[in-house]
Design a protein around this ligand. Structure first.
Ligand code: 13P
Length: 255
């Protein structure tokens, strides 16, 4: 079965000391969680400090971006082996904000995913349609292209290590969550595309939902058969709400 993964994407929030004070409190609060994988993706400057604080705990650390070259004259970039060395076991790739503001394309997502996999880092490949795509009824077309182009040319072994995150752009940071049915529909579709790419592994690949996931909507989302976790922005920035998200199954009756 697929083990749920609850991932916090802190985007460009928190200094090193703010990150450390969060994880010091958070790691105690989630110390007994075994049935959910927990991931925090702080900013790059905080990654190593956070890693040192959580390395003996059940919390993993990830980066929000990566570059595909191993080393060289690429000012401002960081390679997979450097991320690994700093303590990253996951990396977000192709987040819609990177596609929108930093020119990320399906092709660069593919190269970055390959680099992460070659260095033993689990890529979380992000896909999602814009509001315009949804209104023009091209959601499935856009998602299929994003998934197929991002995952082009991977071996079965590589494919087996991937995580995909579905984040409808119109639901990110807007407070507008996709309904559990809307999200499930796209997740099931992504799994179908995965089946076309690699029959044996479509059932094992984890597909996270992201876009205004909050303590009061997480349990309905997580009840959907093809939703295997969350990629959370705003609600991962406060200890109390991220603890609730990680404990979504226990909190079903309290909400
Ligand atoms: P919000 O949870 O703030 O909508 O952000 C979602 C997201 O982009 C996570 O990567």
């Amino acid at each position: 079965m697929r083990k749920p993964l609850m991932a916090g994407n802190w985007k460009m929030h928190k200094t090193i000391s703010e990150s450390l004070s969060f994880v010091t409190e958070f790691k105690t609060a989630v110390a007994d969680v075994k049935d959910v994988d927990i991931l925090i993706c702080p900013t790059l400057v905080s990654v190593n400090a956070v890693y040192n604080e959580v390395k003996k705990s059940n919390i993993k650390v990830g980066a929000q971006n990566i570059f595909w070259e191993e080393k060289g004259a690429f000012t401002g970039e960081v390679s997979a082996s450097m991320l690994k060395d700093a303590g990253c076991s996951y990396v977000l790739i192709g987040h819609s904000e990177r596609r929108q503001y930093f020119g990320e394309t399906n092709e660069t997502v593919n190269k970055k995913t390959k680099a992460a996999l070659s260095n033993g880092i689990i890529p979380i490949v992000c896909v999602g349609e814009t509001l315009k795509d949804r209104e023009e009824n091209t959601t499935f077309e856009v998602i299929e292209k994003q998934v197929k182009e991002a995952l082009l040319g991977f071996s079965q072994e590589e494919f087996s290590k991937l995580v995909i995150a579905y984040e409808p752009v119109w639901a990110i940071g807007t407070g507008k969550t996709a309904t559990p049915q809307q999200a499930q529909e796209v997740h099931a579709f992504i799994r179908k595309v995965c089946f076309q790419i690699c029959k044996n592994l479509a059932d094992t690949i984890r597909i996270l939902y992201g876009g205004s996931v909050k303590p009061d909507n997480v349990s309905e989302l997580m009840k959907q058969p093809d939703i295997d976790g969350g990629l959370v922005g705003g609600a991962s920035l406060e200890v109390e709400s991220f603890v609730k998200l990680v404990n979504y199954s226990k909190n079903i009756h309290q909400i």
